[in-house]
Design a protein around this ligand. Structure first.
Ligand SMILES: C[S@@+](CC[C@H](N)C(=O)[O-])C[C@H]1O[C@@H](n2cnc3c(N)ncnc32)[C@H](O)[C@@H]1O
Length: 367
């Protein structure tokens, strides 16, 4: 089944992802040294060149959105690989050419992405539309692949949660945080299926010894799926929509059939998935970076609302259609986040745990 496409807000206006992705940028900045150092420690020049005389190194950023964060990620990766060449006795005069592939879903605003390319960049570029849950590149063609803040997006909302009569029907809610075990199970099973598809595709595309760097927003280790601050913040969109449904501003049927396709795993859920594929990948580096969610002032709350709006408005509008008054929805959302920030629940779970992981494709390619 083809993935559904849920893109972030395009363009560079007030509500765009481009103007509202500072949280992701802070998360990337905190993991940047890990990315740089782990690439330098694990990138092997000889294996990546594979005997080729022309040295083209291929890099991909998967789920790149419209920028600008993707450019910072790519710059860090190129600098790390370049330094590896420059400090190698046999290769310092043979610097490679870099080709960078920017991937996102077909509905991503690639025009805004392309306009953001710097003219004096030291790499060639290509846009690759399509889902990273499946194959995007030829066999054994990629050297370093990267993805940040994208893998928690599911390929689809699990079918049973929007089906009336199903034990996993998630009536009146848009996430799994306050729902039955069946709903939680449906979301987590979808996450596992999607991640398996993601890793299977990368295992074919990466060269032997190729590297895959992942930065994934997680909930803290040893907590329940319902203890994810991020999922609660998305559920507040549902609470706002539910109020609008009560006032007849939104159809209840539409609300009952709407869920945000997001699942926030624990670090060990991701780690165990990779360990289960140990014939294909080895984990070279794993770190959990804790981020407190700051909702202390109206400005913090406004920033949180703008950030979530830039990621979810497209999915909401696609489902509810042009009749939904989005200004009203996100104004109500501000107040729901404000209320949530005052609950003991918020204080107990206020940390997001960003998981950084560098995995290596085992050298024996089974292709
Ligand atoms: C929150 S943004 C992160 C963008 C960027 N990596 C950053 O760190 O700022 C998540 C991106 O993942 C993309 N995405 C989600 N599911 C995807 C899929 N199956 N295939 C490709 N891209 C996907 C979304 O379209 C979105 O642009």
């Amino acid at each position: 089944m083809e993935d559904e496409s849920f893109a972030m807000n395009g363009g560079d206006g007030l509500n765009s992802y481009k103007k509202n992705s500072k949280f992701q940028r802070q998360g990337f900045d905190a993991s940047k040294i890990l990315l740089r150092d782990s690439i330098q420690e694990n990138f092997t020049i000889q294996n990546n060149l594979n005997g080729n005389i022309t040295t083209i190194l291929r890099i991909a950023d998967l789920g790149c959105s419209v920028g600008p964060n993707t450019f910072a990620c790519v710059k860090t990766i190129i600098e790390a690989v370049k330094l590896k060449f420059e400090t190698h006795q046999d290769f310092k005069t043979q610097l490679p050419e870099f080709q960078v592939f920017f991937n996102d879903q077909v509905s991503n605003d690639f025009n805004t992405l392309f306009k953001g390319f710097s003219v004096d960049r030291n790499y060639m570029v290509a846009g690759v539309p399509g889902s990273f849950h499946g194959r995007l590149f030829p066999k054994a063609s990629m050297n370093v692949m990267h993805t940040s803040f994208s893998l928690h997006w599911l390929s689809r909302v699990p079918e049973q949660v929007t089906k009336e009569g199903s034990p996993a029907w998630n009536k009146g809610r848009v996430s799994y945080v306050s729902s039955s075990d069946e709903v939680v199970e449906a979301f987590s099973a979808q996450f596992v299926r999607d991640m398996e598809g993601f890793f299977a595709a990368r295992s074919v595309e990466l060269v032997g010894d190729g590297l895959l760097a992942l930065l994934i927003p997680c909930r803290q280790e040893s907590t329940l799926p319902s203890d994810s601050i991020l999922a609660h913040i998305y559920e507040c969109v549902g609470l706002s929509l539910a109020d609008m449904a009560k006032e007849g501003l939104v159809s209840e049927d539409l609300l009952d059939s709407f869920n945000v396709p997001i699942y926030i795993p624990s670090p060990s859920e991701v780690k165990n998935l990779v360990l289960g594929m140990k014939s294909l990948f080895s984990i070279e580096r794993l770190d959990e970076l804790l981020f407190p969610t700051n909702l202390s002032t109206p400005n913090d709350i406004r920033a949180c609302v703008s950030h979530i709006r830039a990621t979810v408005e497209g999915v909401v509008c696609k489902h509810f259609g042009s009749e939904l008054n989005t200004e009203e929805l996100f104004e109500r959302y501000f107040h729901k986040i404000e209320e949530f920030s005052k609950t003991p629940r918020f204080t107990n779970i206020e940390n997001v745990a960003n998981l950084f992981m560098l995995v290596k494709r085992n050298a024996v390619n089974s292709i």
